[in-house]
Structure formats: C-alpha cells, structure tokens
Design a protein around this ligand. Sequence first.
Ligand SMILES: Nc1ncnc2c1ncn2[C@@H]1O[C@H](COP(=O)(O)OP(=O)(O)OP(=O)(O)O)[C@@H](O)[C@H]1O
Ligand SMILES: [Mg+2]
Length: 233
Amino acid sequence: MMHVLDHISLEFLEGEMVCLLGPSGCGKSTLLRIIAGFDTPASGEVTIDGEKVRGPSPHHIFVFQHSGLLPWMTVWQNVELGVRNVGDVRARGEIIQENIDMVDLTGFEQHYPYQLSGGMQRRAELARALAANPDVLIMDEPFNGLDFLSHMKIREEIVNMHELLRKTTLVVTHDIDDALLMGDRVVVMSGRPAQVTLNRQLDFPHPRDPKKNTVLGDARDELFLMLGVSYAI
Ligand SMILES: Nc1ncnc2c1ncn2[C@@H]1O[C@H](COP(=O)(O)OP(=O)(O)OP(=O)(O)O)[C@@H](O)[C@H]1O
Ligand SMILES: [Mg+2]
C-alpha cells in the first residue's frame, strides 16, 4: 500500500477560503476526497463542527468538479440538480435563477452545455455548486482547461462571490498566483508522503497585486522556492 498522506492536521475556519498547493502526485486530490467523505483514511478522521464525516453528503460538502455538467440537460436543469432537496417548486426556481444570475448566465437557462463556451460551462458548474448551498465548498483545480482570460475572470468572480457569501471554501490549485490572489490562507504540502510544510495567513485586501504589494511579492517568491522554482517571473 502506498503511503500518501502523513500526519496531516488542518483546521478550517468558517467562512475562510483556503488554497492548497503542492507538487503533482503529492496527495491533494486524495486529501480532498477524504475531507469530502469519498475515501476513508487508513487512520485519522474528519470532523465538521465536531461531527465526524462518515460519507459523502453534498449538502455539507460539495465538490466542484469541472466537466461535471450533464450534457443532455440544460443549464437550468443542471443547476436544479444542486437543489433537489428544496421541495417547494417556487422556492427552488428562485434559488436556481438567483444563482444563474449571479454567475452571469442570465438568458442562457435553456442552453445545453455544448452551446456554451468553456468559461460559461465553468460558470454553470459554479452556479450548481452555489445553489446546493453546502457548508463547505471544495474546488479541485477549478481553472483546469480554461484559456488565460477566462481563468483570470472566473478567478476574480470566485473571489467576489466569496467576499459576498463567505462560504467556507477549499481550493486546490497548481498555480501559486491563484493561491496568493484568492486565499485567506495558503497551505503547502510536500511531496509524497505529504506533510504540511507551510500554513500561512494572507491578510491582504482584494484585489491583490503581488507586483505592487512587496509583502505579497515576497510571499510569492517564497512559495515558488518552496515548490522548487528558484527564479519565477
Ligand atoms: N486511482 C488511483 N489508483 C492508485 N493510485 C492512485 C490513484 N489515485 C492517486 N493515486 C496515488 O496517490 C498519489 C496521490 O494522488 P493525488 O491524485 O491525490 O495527487 P495530487 O496531489 O492531486 O496530484 P495532481 O496535482 O497531479 O492532481 C499519487 O502519487 C498516486 O500514485
Ligand atoms: Mg489532483
């Protein structure tokens, strides 16, 4: 059996956005799967408000997955999947519309995923995750496969949404700038068997610019060094 995670102990505060960085294959997705209850750790446990997570529960923890839209369903129907637990049809409709509006997809309710650009699809996925209104939102590399501009735009939107809703959010990313520009805190994991090598608060107001803020710039250099890159542009 492969030893992937080693003595990982992390605490997430309500409302904060934590970004998790680490080399490829170190166990970030594994850790997310354990937190979300999809996998059981060989030892240790995950608790939310003192209660042990015993299995997947989308209303407690929702994992934002890209390419998760069902191609035979419209944007509206896909978002509706997140709110199946709301019995009242009118209330459900309001939640769906509210979240579609929030991600700027008003007017695309009856479109199918193939009729949307990659960035719009990602927005629809985000609307579904937000509509589910989970206690914790988990995002595993949410910008994967997006072009540069869509990446920047959706990143900004996620930051704005987080400022507005203050939902406890855990984001795994390969991108140091994503972590620096988004996180209230950044956690770095080492190579396998992964341990936490840095757990740092990032108390900087948004929007952030590491080129203008020297403390943030220094933190950026340090993160690159920790991840094995000595000269980062
Ligand atoms: N389905 C699987 N079967 C066997 N081993 C796996 C499987 N998934 C992951 N692993 C092993 O567990 C380790 C951790 O994988 P994990 O996907 O958690 O890494 P990661 O940090 O998310 O990597 P990446 O940044 O590339 O997404 C890997 O090194 C791999 O060897
Ligand atoms: Mg991964």
